[in-house]
Design a protein. Structure first.
Length: 197
């Protein structure tokens, strides 16, 4: 198997790993307010998240930015919670589109936080000289982007099905989805090992 496919598959697995579902939860929270007709804005948001994630890995691999793992492990569920709560507070508000630049900026920042969460493991996968780290990092980023697009498509299909077949309103879909995500991440925050230090 070529080196490209190795790192691409690691990127796919990083997002789609059942054991580490925080990445999928964030994508779910990000996608909830969108529909198929919003695909350009949604793709841009997902790509910004990947860019932030990759930037964090790059900074970490070259040891420009190093943050304690326990802090990052607390920040990751907080980013998910913040996104889900934002969905609830902007539910039905017409000025949501006006806040897109802020949403894009926050998505990029949250991508950096999520990237830092994976940086230690990714550094152990690499090895070799600093020159040999950039290409695997980009291959890994493509795997992440592919997996995220898969999650986004699955969420959009489920949203369409629930809203069409079961006559859920879009508002109810966002409300129930955000509440579910909040219910999953609050225990992650409460049980974080940082509180035991």
């Amino acid at each position: 198997m070529s080196e490209f496919w190795v790192y691409f598959q690691i990127g796919l697995h990083h997002v789609l790993d059942i054991q580490a579902y925080d990445h999928v939860l964030f994508m779910m929270a990000l996608v909830l307010p969108f529909t198929f007709k919003d695909w350009k804005r949604l793709l841009f948001s997902v790509t910004l998240f990947t860019l932030g994630h990759t930037t964090a890995l790059l900074l970490s691999v070259y040891e420009i930015l190093v943050i304690k793992a326990t802090i990052v492990e607390l920040l990751i569920p907080i980013t998910i919670l913040t996104t889900a709560v934002f969905n609830l507070f902007t539910l039905g508000k017409t000025n949501r589109k006006e806040n897109l630049n802020l949403v894009y900026l926050i998505t990029l920042f949250f991508g950096i936080i999520h990237g830092l969460g994976f940086s230690n493991y990714f550094k152990t996968l690499l090895g070799g000289s600093s020159n040999s780290k950039l290409v695997p990092l980009l291959e890994f980023a493509l795997g992440i982007e592919g997996a995220q697009i898969t999650v986004v498509l699955a969420m959009l299909i489920v949203a369409y099905g629930v809203q069409s077949l079961f006559k859920f309103s879009r508002r109810d879909w966002i409300l129930v989805g955000s509440a579910f995500i909040i219910g999953v991440v609050v225990p992650m925050i409460i049980e974080n090992e940082i509180w035991n230090q």
